[in-house]
Design a protein around this ligand. Sequence first.
Ligand code: ATP
Length: 326
Amino acid sequence: MIEVTGLVKLFGDRKILHSLNFSVGSGRICGFLGPNGSGKSTTMDILAGLLGPSAGTVKICGFDVVQQSKEVKEQVGYLPDNPPLYKEMKVKDFVTYVAKLRNIPSKIRSSEVERVIEECDVTDVSNRIIGNLSKGYRQRVALCAALVHRPNVLILDEPTEGLDPNQILHIRTLIKKLAKERTVILSSHILSEVQATCDEVVIINQGHIAAKTSIQNDSSKPLFYLYTFASKAENALHWFQQRNYVRSAKPLSQKMNSILVEFGNEFWSESNNESIANVTEQIVHENFPLIGIEEKKEGLEELFFEVIRSQPGHHQIQISPTGELL
Ligand SMILES: Nc1ncnc2c1ncn2[C@@H]1O[C@H](COP(=O)(O)OP(=O)(O)OP(=O)(O)O)[C@@H](O)[C@H]1O
């Protein structure tokens, strides 16, 4: 649904995005996570077809954002950082106006407006002036405008920024509901935001992709295991990568003596004969110098740090006590 290949963006002679590669499959919610100034809004603007790439390609539902920008705009609903709203208009009038701009035929326009107003939970304020609404409601009105033309891909730039905890919860629930029929990419600089809403995450730091990983929100299972070896463990890494029940295996330091392993669902299924004990036994049998195994169950923060730390040449990302990337 979203395919980004070798994406580069220059502003003047400043390189803001350094050859980004990632994709988001149909029906997935992807978090695009990074500190302020890392290039999130620039990437979102390019995906939405509002800004041209300097090099590389971006395809949305198979359409190229440069060559087929009209088709891309039909496929995409975009909620930018500061969504443009006519604050003096009433909610329903505004959404109807956007529907008109989107060339939705007059015969079905009012039913489409009703549909999206209901979908975004703004029915109770549909006759109120936008400027008098709370920020949470205004955000949902902006979502109506982004969705009225039935896009398959929804791009959300920091959708919960500036909202109170109640409104955040409401928007998160709404995003999950909307994602059932669409592909969603949302940017954020808050770890817990991405963890609560997304199936997968791409971490960006200073215009480089620092990590990509899937997120499992089933806290009953450990998400990852960290295997530490007494020395460089290239052979062990290769061994893990060859197992069909291993979803991913990556080295976590330049010394290459720690490997973060993510087991796929089939590993945890009842019919599987493998267990962590079994795997450990096989590793020992192979004479890999294993010195420790650690479960990584407690969320993504630690994992993010380890993955980011392992990126050579990039500044480390700091995290505030409230979980914001700095
Ligand atoms: N039009 C522009 N011209 C020049 N530089 C720009 C322009 N837009 C963005 N930048 C620079 O590009 C870098 C990335 O900005 P961007 O807004 O994409 O980051 P971000 O991750 O979305 O940050 P934030 O979380 O603060 O919104 C920043 O250094 C910014 O100053």
